[in-house]
Write a protein of this length. Structure first.
Length: 212
């Protein structure tokens, strides 16, 4: 696989934005992402400096990443997505990444538009602050259950994003928008010559939230 020749910060950002738009699925009554991505791209030179060649390689094949079951809201992260298909494109690469998954049950009376706008702004903020390789957001099922997932280049970037103002603003809506939610954390590891990823669950100090 050929790496791109010295991609600029803006090219990397737009590639991530493009993948997010492919992977993002919003309920029909919500408007799609427009008018808030890619208009005033800020420099990401410090982020680009932290990107390893294997991060570029992963980003190049994330267009193949997708769910493999309609029951992804309940399925294990390992079985919900086509990890093996993506890993097969990286057989000669070795690297590790950090995954954060968010499983939720949205309240019946939740303001979907307000939730979408807050989430969209937090996503844009995360892209600009760096470290986010993929944001995938699934549709709600008939029980208003949903799964969202982020792939970060490392845990440090993910932690930094949680302290950003737009993320904090979106997080403050959680108690009034969800009946329940829980966060899950994983390591994603790829060994050279291995055609598969290894996904390991990490302990999480915060218990699941329930408004009931």
């Amino acid at each position: 696989m050929q790496l791109r020749d010295h991609p600029t910060a803006q090219e990397i950002e737009q590639a991530i934005v493009n993948e997010d738009q492919k992977g993002r699925i919003i309920r029909n009554e919500n408007v799609g992402p427009k008018g808030w991505l890619g208009e005033n791209a800020r420099e990401l030179e410090s982020y680009v400096a932290d990107l390893r060649p294997v991060d570029h390689a992963l980003l190049d094949v994330l267009d193949q990443f997708h769910v493999v079951t309609d029951n992804y809201a309940h399925a294990d992260i390992e079985s919900a997505f086509n990890w093996d298909e993506v890993a097969a494109e990286l057989v000669d690469w070795e690297g590790d990444w950090f995954i954060v998954a968010f499983r939720s049950v949205r309240k019946a009376q939740a303001d979907n538009q307000l939730l979408f706008e807050a989430d969209a702004k937090a996503q844009e903020e995360a892209i600009h602050s760096g470290g986010l390789l993929k944001y995938w957001y699934g549709d709600l099922n008939h029980h208003r259950e949903c799964l969202a997932m982020c792939i970060w280049i490392n845990r440090e970037y993910a932690l930094k994003a949680t302290h950003k103002p737009l993320h904090l603003q979106a997080a403050r809506l959680a108690g009034e928008m969800y009946d329940t939610y829980r966060l899950e954390r994983y390591t994603l590891t790829k060994k050279k010559g291995d055609p598969k990823f290894t996904i390991e669950t990490l302990p999480f100090a915060h218990p699941p939230f329930s408004s009931k």
